[in-house]
Design a protein around this ligand. Structure first.
Ligand code: GAP
Length: 512
């Protein structure tokens, strides 16, 4: 079996080689944790965004969309708590001059303890076979008990240090003997808080310039527009506002390709409910969002919930939907019950009322909010990495195939004339002219047809339509299915319906 690291490297190189993702400004050696979506990547990303939009906005009468500006009045970020509290604890290594997140260093140490425990569990499972009882083993095996207890103790000290005193976090790093992962040096500075927002300036002259921030989340654009949307749309609580858009964070540790970026895109929805009804709504959105992910067919076993024990100051419940990325289970989406914190804070800082008059209760209140927030780039990585597969075929040869959910595939069908003569290219072009109104389709006449099939497999194209000499006689073509490689002979007039059946959002979303 290929190692996780190799699988991940393969994902990154495939994304580049086949025109999905390039490092930003690569001619200047790139910019750390910033990426560009290339000709195929931009289509896949757009399709994921549309799949989300369709299910959240178009399919829900009481959810509407918004596209707020990236630049917002700076007081927004004071009210939201980002100016004072959107920090990561950073630590520098004095010898290597490398900068790390102090909490990540400690968490990585704990991950090693967890890996050691897992190794013992795997060994015991192999030894005892069907009779193996994991629950019993992890509570009785001395080594596993020790590893897991140590991990728990370290994480609880870390959590305390993060809230009470960052010097305790440094002491913890020193006590555990944690070294710079790249150089092995243990010569650390103190731990300092580092604000993750990018600053910028508005205005032409230095004296009059106003300090602004690039938004670190799209959510605040929704909160400050809450009343505008409610009034102009005559919305009744409960209702939601959804938006997709760029967010910026000056991440200290930006790694793992597009998993943690400095410029990324979020798809967020704030659902406004009556105070007291938020927990019901929170449970509903947890389940609904998981169903949305599952509808893409990437495998139920690849998702799990992680309920937060330690809550942010504004939340009374929070959970992540974690996905099994090539480097393990990590957060893909957050669902947060944000109480009335944000609207109340904007009321206080703006001096304006952000309240709803509930005609059924005959009273005004600040609604409570349940938020769903998923990273579009993380969705892209989840879909792309899971779909990329190496298959050994019956004749012993291998093929690389990107088994993207057909609804998300950048190109839905490629039309291939068997040879570049005898009128076959002309018929192929006619088919393209007809299909391109409904689907993104491609024309390809270069190389032998077998090689063209492999290229489309690697691009994730669900269908290849081949025009051959029989087409001249009876207006039929072959249609090849990417996943099974099965070919059917069909009439040209049937193509649209066959493709539509596989790629229509309706058919995919009905699986929710
Ligand atoms: N409004 C809530 C919010 O922003 P978050 O957990 O900080 O919550 C939500 O972010 C989602 O945004 C995450 O689950 C993740 O998918 C995505 N995300 C956050 N930071 C990211 C980054 N640096 N790069 C890529 N995606 C990121």
């Amino acid at each position: 079996m290929a190692k996780q690291e190799d699988i991940f490297k393969n994902v990154v190189s495939h994304a580049k080689e086949y025109g999905f993702i390039f490092p930003s400004s690569e001619v200047y050696d790139g910019l750390s944790a910033v990426y560009d979506y290339a000709q195929n990547g931009v289509e896949l990303k757009k399709n994921i965004r549309e799949y989300w939009w369709k299910s959240m906005v178009q399919m829900n009468e009481n959810i509407v969309g918004l596209d707020a500006a990236i630049l917002m009045h700076p007081t927004t970020w004071k009210a939201s708590g980002h100016v004072d509290a959107f920090n990561d604890p950073l630590i520098d290594n004095k010898d290597s001059k490398k900068r790390y997140r102090a909490d990540t260093l400690v968490e990585d140490y704990c991950k090693k303890l967890e890996d050691k425990a897992d190794k013992e569990i795997d060994k015991a499972r192999a030894r005892f076979g069907d009779a193996f009882n994991k629950e019993e083993f992890i509570t009785t095996n001395a080594r596993v008990v020790e590893y897991l207890a140590k991990k728990k103790e370290i994480l609880s000290r870390l959590a305390k240090g993060m809230t009470d005193d960052l010097q305790d976090v440094k002491a913890l790093i020193e006590e555990l003997g944690i070294a710079d992962p790249e150089t092995g040096s243990k010569n650390w500075t103190d731990v300092k808080q580092f604000n993750l927002m990018f600053g910028t300036k508005l205005g032409a002259s230095a004296e009059n310039a106003m300090d602004l921030y690039l938004r670190p989340e799209t959510a605040q654009g929704i909160f400050v527009n809450f009343l505008n949307v409610q009034k102009s749309g005559r919305m009744k609580v409960p209702f939601g506002i959804a938006q997709t858009g760029k967010a910026f964070r000056n991440e200290i540790v930006a790694r793992q390709f597009i998993f943690r970026m400095r410029e990324f895109e979020q798809m967020e929805m704030q659902f406004f409910v009556r105070p007291g009804e938020e927990m019901k709504s929170y449970e509903y959105w947890k389940e609904t969002r998981l169903k949305w992910h599952l509808s893409l067919g990437l495998g139920k076993e690849n998702y799990r919930f992680h309920d937060h024990e330690k809550l942010a100051h504004y939340a009374n419940a929070a959970a992540d939907i974690e996905f099994n990325f090539p480097f393990g289970f990590k957060e893909l989406e957050g669902i947060h019950s944000r109480t009335d914190f944000d609207l109340k804070a904007h009321e206080e800082y703006s001096g304006r009322k952000l309240q709803y008059f509930d005609p059924e209760l005959n009273e005004n209140y600040v609604p409570y909010v349940v938020e769903t927030s998923v990273g579009l780039d993380r969705m892209f990585l989840a879909v792309f990495a899971t779909s990329l597969q190496e298959e050994t075929l019956e004749d012993g040869s291998t093929r690389t195939v990107l088994k993207l959910p057909a609804v998300l595939a950048p190109t839905k069908a490629a039309v291939l004339p068997l040879v570049k003569k005898d009128g076959l290219p002309e018929i192929s072009r006619k088919i393209i002219e007809d299909l391109k109104w409904d689907f993104n389709v491609a024309y390809d006449e270069k190389d032998a047809v077998g090689r063209r099939y492999r290229r489309q497999d690697a691009l994730g194209t669900p269908f290849c339509i081949t025009v051959d000499h029989q087409t001249l006689e009876d207006e039929t073509v072959t249609i090849r299915h990417r996943d099974t490689m099965k070919q059917d002979r069909v009439k040209i007039t049937e193509l649209r319906a066959i493709i539509e059946n596989e790629v229509s959002m309706k058919n995919w979303l009905m699986k929710m």
